[in-house]
Design a protein around this ligand. Sequence first.
Ligand SMILES: Nc1ncnc2c1ncn2[C@@H]1O[C@H](COP(=O)(O)OP(=O)(O)OP(=O)(O)O)[C@@H](O)[C@H]1O
Length: 383
Amino acid sequence: MDPSLFTSQSPGDLVSIETVWGKDYAYVPHPLPPAWEFPIEVWPLLNEATNRLSLLEGIGSTLPNPGLLLRPLRDREAIRSSEIEGTYANPRELLLFELKPRESQSAEDPANDQREVLNYRRALEHAEQTELPLCLRLLRELHHILLTGVRGADRTPGEFRRLQVAIGTKGRFVPPPPHLIGDLLSPFEAFLHRKDRPYHPLVDCFLAHYQFETIHPFADGNGRVGRLLLSIMVQQACGLSKPWLHLSEFFESRREEYYGGLFGISTDGDWSRWIAYCLKGVASQATTTVERCKRLLNAREDFKNRAQAIGGSARLQGIVDGVFESPLVRITELRDRFNIDYKTARTDVEKLVAAKILAELPDQYPKTYYAPEIFAIAYEGLE
Ligand SMILES: Nc1ncnc2c1ncn2[C@@H]1O[C@H](COP(=O)(O)OP(=O)(O)OP(=O)(O)O)[C@@H](O)[C@H]1O
């Protein structure tokens, strides 16, 4: 790491270290909160972000079924956050893998990436459901879920690192040496619990994201665990009824600024640029999510009408509703869910195919159906 890039404004210290790649410097951040005043010119961005977030909460909290929105949001976040780290699975692959997980046959097998993305989705669900407050134990649990069963023996799921790591090509940024991790994480955890907050709670979330990434407490998976934590922190800090807001899509689309913003704090103490960037991300993601939610609600209404027009039994309506939360449909699964015989379940599916609500997914055995219109809205831009 180039020590000449770090100015006197840097909110941390450089320490020299011996590594497997030779002598280097590592960066040790000071504990939060920083000696930084929220700049007046960033207020409009904060207002915009909180207004957009309120609109999102408004529409989300009145949904007849929150799963309608939560399911695509979780899938999208898992795919995008993993994508930032070079792990790829499209929605179709993710959903099919979930129906039928399989062991990978080689390091190049796409099942490796599919498992990691599915793990991310599961970690997100765990974070949403856990009774634990935001704490180090929860972070280790999330890391464990994320990295269980994936390739690479050195990933030590659920454990803080005992190795020196570096981020980016040529060790652009070198996080603290491993023996300091414990000392850095204690005040970090205290900051997560802190009641007297000098900044707006949303701002605290982004300070915490910087601090977590800079400490880089795990050998691997820090980017993803940090973004999982961010989603949950935003929900709690802003009093959202559900985690409606995720930022990986924004970070992915402006990745250079994401990395540059984090680096700029360490080198120059440029908190303002980072916070402004993140607040723009909140406004942008909240707006996109509200739009997606409205389109999903319209599609739901339209499907209900179409199901009604074909004699819509309560069961047909139930199948249509289920498609929003479990986007892939199999006849045997309907048979079991509604406790009906196979023939009746097949007739229901045929009716929904004739009404152009469901379509068969090509090349799948057993036959698998999906709702193309829902898919197009929920997973727009991800195929
Ligand atoms: N200069 C920086 N300072 C602090 N954190 C950074 C910096 N640049 C990038 N990051 C964070 O580090 C993450 C990538 O870290 P790294 O390449 O070490 O991956 P990792 O720890 O293996 O995590 P994952 O497998 O989830 O990527 C980025 O997604 C970002 O959140």
